[in-house]
Ligand binder design. Structure first.
Ligand code: AQP
Length: 370
């Protein structure tokens, strides 16, 4: 069935899949009664990255690598955005933020996200993210936000913390729920936020009737938490103070070589995978394994009896090989007009679905639409 954009869709859906047409975009809108979810096997992936610093290999291995793999799944749709509104929960230089927002979209493409397979867009270009964010704030509790560990970590030691940093997980819930997302590919640090999203959605559905699809996190068994090179008990993070803690995706080998060679390990000089007792060497093995597509067991066997220096030197080679491929493609996508065209088309397509979801929520909550 093809409806035009203005066609009213009832709140209590049947289990049909409906197509809504807007300009060139034909967008699949799923009706989401419990019944429909039983018969609807379509998966929808949604995820995003904040332009809050230079993207790291942690962001790549934990999240973007999954984006690329999942976009090819049959009977699935993927929506990947640059979550610029999340980035402003901490101070940003406006020019730098604008530059980075495009840069991240460009990195998505360079890493292999294909705009023909996935919808790529900027969060703030789809106004319903903010709108649903507010609606959900009125359906969430202070107590549940108080439990978010990421807020505690990011607010620690800061004199003035803005309210956005506290309510950020609700905006993230809105991001996910807007697209009837079934799976959210993320790193391990986002697990708690997805659990909150599920709690909010389930509570909303219980109170107002079937409105949201309940999403599931898609966290890799392996590589979901790449650790800081200089402090391997902490997560590698793009906005951490220490430059030595991370490798940026666009960094040159002469810069990251030093960081890898100086990465903190332990005094045993025996190569083994043991995240509790040997977090440094385990982290390097994880990075190696993911970039070289070789199992940890095979690496441990191959490097048996060799020193950490040899492993580190080879790791530099492996990282150089993989990052240089991404960097080369990054340079090929340097046509700003072309990039903006992809982002505009993505936002337009995303908006069609976002608007439908937002209207469903407003109807459920009793906001008048005329
Ligand atoms: N170290 C990591 N290992 C594996 N996955 C990671 N991710 C982040 N760090 C690692 C995943 O990358 C995606 C995008 O993250 P984000 O931009 O939403 O913010 P974040 O999770 O807070 O990541 P950062 O790098 O630590 O950013 P800042 O410093 O700005 O807070 C997510 O899927 C995340 O799990």
């Amino acid at each position: 069935m093809v409806l035009n954009q203005d066609t009213t869709i009832g709140r209590k859906p049947s289990h049909a899949i409906i197509y809504v047409k807007k300009n060139e975009n034909k967008v699949r809108i799923r009706f989401i009664s419990v019944k429909s979810r039983e018969v609807d096997t379509l998966k929808r992936f949604f995820s995003g990255v904040q332009p809050s610093g230079n993207l790291t290999i942690g962001n790549y291995l934990g999240a973007i690598k999954q984006f690329v793999e999942l976009q090819h799944e049959p009977d699935a749709e993927a929506f990947y955005c640059v979550v610029d509104m999340h980035a402003i929960t901490v101070a940003q230089d406006p020019e730098e933020l604008r530059r980075r927002t495009r840069e991240i979209a460009q990195i998505y493409l360079a890493c292999g996200v294909d705009p023909k397979q996935a919808t790529v867009f900027i969060q703030s270009h789809v106004k319903e993210h903010a709108e649903l964010g507010w609606l959900l704030q009125c359906a969430s509790y202070m107590g549940e936000l108080n439990r978010m560990t990421q807020f505690k970590d990011k607010a620690e030691g800061k004199a003035n913390v803005n309210v956005g940093l506290f309510t950020y997980p609700i905006l993230m819930a809105a991001d996910i729920l807007l697209y009837d997302t079934t799976h959210v590919p993320v790193g391990n640090d986002q697990k708690q936020h997805i659990e909150l999203t599920r709690d909010i959605a389930e509570r909303f559905n219980n109170k107002y009737g079937d409105t949201f699809v309940i999403p599931e996190p898609k966290i890799q068994e392996f590589g979901a938490r790449i650790m800081a090179l200089d402090e391997p008990t902490k997560k590698m993070s793009k906005s951490a103070e220490s430059e030595a803690s991370r490798i940026a995706i666009l960094e040159t080998p002469d810069v990251f070589k030093k960081k890898i060679m100086r990465a903190v390990t332990d005094t045993e000089n025996s190569i083994a995978f043991d995240e509790t007792n040997k977090p440094g060497i385990s982290n390097l093995l994880t990075i190696y394994s993911m970039f070289a597509d070789e199992s940890i067991e095979s690496l441990v066997e191959r490097y048996h009896g060799q020193g950490y220096g040899t492993l580190k030197k080879d790791l530099v080679e492996v990282v150089t090989e993989q990052l240089s491929k991404i960097q080369q493609r990054f340079n090929e996508y340097n046509d700003v007009a072309e990039l903006d065209k992809i982002l505009r088309a993505g936002a337009e397509k995303a908006s069609v679905i976002a608007e439908q979801t937002c209207n469903r929520v407003k109807d459920a909550m009793g906001l008048l639409r005329i």
